[in-house]
Every structure is written in C-alpha cells, then in structure tokens.
Design a protein around this ligand. Structure first.
Ligand code: ADP
Ligand code: MG
Length: 291
C-alpha cells in the first residue's frame, strides 16, 4: 500500500507548484545527489533574440544577409529560427526549396537559386566551408555568451548571426539552493563550448557538457548512473524527453514541449528552476516520515 506520507507529500508538492504524476518518483527524489539541467529554455528564457547580423563581405549589406537567412529559417521550428524570423519583416521573403534541418547543427536550403546553409562550426566543417573570415566574429560573439551561427551561400561564409537567450533570473539561485543541500548542479547543452562555459561560470555549476547531440543526452544520464550517482534531469524540450526518462527522476517544465512533460514523472507548474530544490526538500521530508 502507498504510505499516507507519500500522498501527503504529493499534496504538499502540488501546493508548491510541483505536479507529481508518479508517487514513487517522490520517494526516489530523496536520494538525488546530482541535478542535470538542460540549458536552452530551462536555465535560459528560451526566447532567443537576434543581437547582430555581421556581413563578411563588404559588398553585402546587413538587410540582404538577414533576408536570405530568414528565408531559409522559415523551414525550421528551432528557437534560433524564430529569433532570425522575428528580426525581419515577414512579407515578401523568398521561398525556400530543398530545405533540410540537420539536427544539432543547423539548416540548409535553396533560396533564389543560391544554396544556403546556416549553422554551427560542425555544419560548416561538414560542408567544407572555410571559416577564416568568420572565426574571429564567432569567437567574439561566443565570448559574450551568445550563440553564433554562420550563414554560407554557394560554398562561402557570407555572414555571422549572433543570438542571445538570457538566463532566467532564478537560475543562479536555483543552483545555489541545490549546493546548500549538497546536491551537484550540472548542465547539458547542444550549444557550443564557449557559450556553455560562460553560462556554467555565471551560475556556479559543478560541471557541464557542451555540443551534446540530442541523441546523446540520455546516454549522459546513463553514464552518471554508471558512475554511481543518482541524477535528476530537468528539461523542457522534445530533445530532452529520452534523458528525462533515463534519469532517476525526470522533471519537466510545464511550459515545455508536451513530449517532455509526458516523459517525466514530475512537472514544475511554473518555469522556475528553484522549484527543483523545493521538490527535493518535500521528497526528503516525506521519506523521513515513512522510515
Ligand atoms: P540546443 O537547443 O541545446 O542549443 P540543438 O541541438 O537544438 O541544441 O542545436 C545545437 C546547435 O545547432 C545550435 O546551437 C546551433 O548552432 C545549431 N542549430 C540548430 N538548429 C539551427 C537553426 N535552425 N539555425 C541555425 N543553427 C541551428
Ligand atoms: Mg531546452
């Protein structure tokens, strides 16, 4: 039979804005010693905005670069695509043909007869595009903790876009609350090493992994378990669902993708990462009552 304490615990959690779908998860959460956060949309607002569009060719103006990039991004559902699209008037964008999204790397498509690619260094390396002119711009933007992507056309880098996704104001406190309870806070992200390092430093994270392909997020959770840790995973994205399921306790942001919420036994009803520490507190108190 389910101990009355667990039922009371789920009630206390609900009052705090934490929905527990699986009562056993509340018991398992008491043993959690590591909390792995997704970055985009979990530690950050997840509403990225374009901050710069830098043409690499003096003959190319900023508007033309942006319109070309936006035309390709009409095919993408990635938050980065929304940031580019929000920066240009939606009317009269050229249509995109042969569009493809390359998971964790970027997008490609044909616009006005030009083969355009937008994405990270990995994508450009795959396409054999020379980054000599783009690199200093990428480095500068990433050093300021913003995401930088290259726009290439017909095999040449023609511009760099900078995109900022501000940290949630509660994220640093969320990490500090966990540290005060002896719980490590870590981060997994598909974003670059430079951006991840900046975010980790700003929040005081114990560890992070950058450039993690969506398919590798659940493997990272399994590796932590194999190393003897008891990890919770906190995420909001479609990409996070397998990792939420692989964790000892999956915690989804209620504002996130439906698949993430379905994959996790615990949902935070407010997009406030400090609720993770609150959930662990309720779990620990509940378990003490059982034993
Ligand atoms: P995350 O959401 O954690 O950043 P993703 O796997 O979705 O991870 O994306 C990883 C990287 O792939 C992004 O940081 C970006 O460099 C590149 N990327 C993905 N989709 C796009 C896109 N639509 N436009 C440009 N770059 C993209
Ligand atoms: Mg996310």
């Amino acid at each position: 039979a389910t101990p009355a304490a667990l039922v009371a615990g789920t009630g206390a959690a609900a009052r705090a804005g934490i929905l527990v779908k699986d009562i056993e998860a509340l018991e398992r959460a008491a043993a959690v010693d590591t909390v792995v956060f997704d970055k985009t949309g979990t530690l950050t607002e997840g509403r990225p905005a374009l901050t710069e569009a830098v043409p690499l060719d003096p003959a190319l103006d900023r508007d033309t670069l942006l319109r070309l990039a936006a035309a390709v991004q009409t095919g993408s559902e990635h938050p980065l695509a929304a940031a580019v699209l929000a920066a240009v008037p939606q009317v009269a964008l050229a249509p995109v043909a042969d569009f493809r999204a390359l998971v964790g790397r970027g997008v490609v498509g044909t616009v006005e007869g030009r083969r355009v690619a937008i994405g990270n260094r990995d994508l450009m390396a795959e396409l054999g595009i020379d980054l000599a002119a783009a690199s200093p711009v990428l480095d500068r933007i990433e050093a300021e903790a913003r995401t930088a992507v290259v726009v290439a056309a017909d095999g040449r880098a023609i511009g760099v876009l900078g995109i900022a996704d501000p940290l949630r104001p509660e994220s640093a406190a969320a990490v500090a609350l966990l540290a005060a309870r002896g719980v490590r806070a870590e981060m997994l992200t598909g974003d670059s090493e430079a951006v991840a390092a900046k975010v980790a430093g700003a929040l005081g994270l114990s560890a992070y992994r950058a450039s993690v392909k969506p398919a590798d997020k659940s493997g990272a959770l399994a590796a932590l378990k194999a190393a003897g840790r008891t990890p919770a995973m906190v995420g909001d994205g479609i990409n996070d669902a397998p990792a939420l399921a692989a964790a000892e306790v999956g915690i989804a942001l209620g504002t996130g993708a439906d698949v993430a919420v379905e994959a996790a036994p615990v949902t935070l009803m407010r997009a406030d990462p400090r609720l993770v520490a609150a959930a662990l507190d309720i779990s620990r108190r509940t378990v003490r009552k059982i034993r």
